[in-house]
Design a protein around this ligand. Sequence first.
Ligand code: SAH
Length: 517
Amino acid sequence: MTHPSAFPTAGSKALPVALVGAGPGHPGLLTLRAAEVLSHADFVLYDRLVPLSLLSHCKPQAERVCVEQLPGDHAYRTPQIHAALIDAARRGLRVVRLKGGDPFVFGRGAEEAQALREAGIDFEIVPGVTAGLGATAFAGIPVTHRRHASAVAFVTGHEYPSKEDSQLDWAALAAFPGTLVFYMSVSRLVYLTQTLIAHGKPADTPAAIVQQGTTGRQRTATATLATLADTMQRGSFSPPSLVVIGDVVTLREEIAWVERLPLFGKRVLITRPRHQADSMAARVAQLGGEPVFLPVVDVLPPLTFDEIDSCIDAVGRYHWLVFTSVNGVRAFLNRFRLRGKDMRALAGLKLAAIGPATADALREFHLEADLVPSAYNSEGLVEALRPRVVGLRVLLARADRGLELLRDELSRVASVEQIAVYRQVDERPTGPALTLLHTGAIDLVSCTSSNIAGGLAMVLGEEGRKHIEAGRTKLVSISPRTTAAARACGLTVAAEATDYTTEGVLEAMVRLISADR
Ligand code: SAH
């Protein structure tokens, strides 16, 4: 035994390599153990189909390599993959091999385990939700059912029925008393269905194809064994798709659920800084939409900490500490701790937060806001604070750009100091998300601040603007102020949040889509 416990743990006893299943596509279908090993990894070798958002579980400094970056061609890359894993493990790195679905289901995970064993390198296997279970469940097709199927077979469609050394017994498959789930079968579907029928499987057996199951791009079509290939062609289904054959397919009519989600089939652009986008993306996915990341602004530390540090060192002289963003809270309080300060230094101060997300950020530091206005904007904060700060000293911790309203209004009754605890900069994103925006393939764009509205106006270009004008791409704003900022940039706003929060933006999106449907 190279490790003392039956369940390998993180820390000094961690095994050098983990072969990890990433699940079928939905970021929430990653196991807890997979997230844990990813968070400790130094080197991650991932498959092309693995959702990139899963890599956000990694440490920022972890090296991430897609197998496609390795030399060689798709099917013949196995030796390079094995060599890369062995080499990284020998360099003392903690290695994660991240594979779609489950590593041992048509994933060549076993071959990788064998190669590692041969090289004398210990490993751990982290199973994943295989597409045959994930994509079917998301299509509302149970693979077993007490009345319809008491067995299920996972089969690769990759082999030609005519292949001489085929390991598939087509007669046995045709006679199989249960559900057949075919992986990798899109290009062979005509052969596959015809061969099953030729071997006696009834031509009217219900059948379905599920493309990109569990993702925001999931598509499903149902047919019979005889008509499935035609249905697939007419619907232009492409890999990765799964084929399900059996009576259970009829249950989809009753059980289908993903299609009922409010943002099903909609691509939602998330424009806030990437490191703050995950929770919104998760909510979009929960609502059935496909989150697409295109950060148009970023948040950076200030150029110098002199001003913040002198405020922190003399924090006891303020009566109120006022935060207008999650970033402001984190920037100020992280610096506070970095300077070795004790939270008790804040004991005598009152804390104000502009809205619930900012108040939640304070809770990350075990602090409760003394004041959150009922309207989550600067006006609301002024209204609520003004009577409470008369004659007192107030510190506003905020971005390097923003409204001066708070300072100007409060200065009438209090002694106000304002410091920039972080910088906001415009991003110039490129890549596939930008192409989607320029080609009208984005349905909804979240606009969660005035600065983002400005950033968006710059990246949209002529093409993007056209799609917004035509109503193909709809802009949803977080507040009247953001709406005004977007309009000032010549952008049409399709909807505005009633609650000035991210959740409010999502609610406005849902209202917009339901009205359209
Ligand atoms: N190890 C993976 C399978 C790898 S083989 C697993 O356990 O799921 C790749 C095949 O899996 C694809 O050709 C397709 O048939 C299927 N597949 C993978 N992800 C899928 C998805 N999200 N929806 C439908 N089929 C998928």
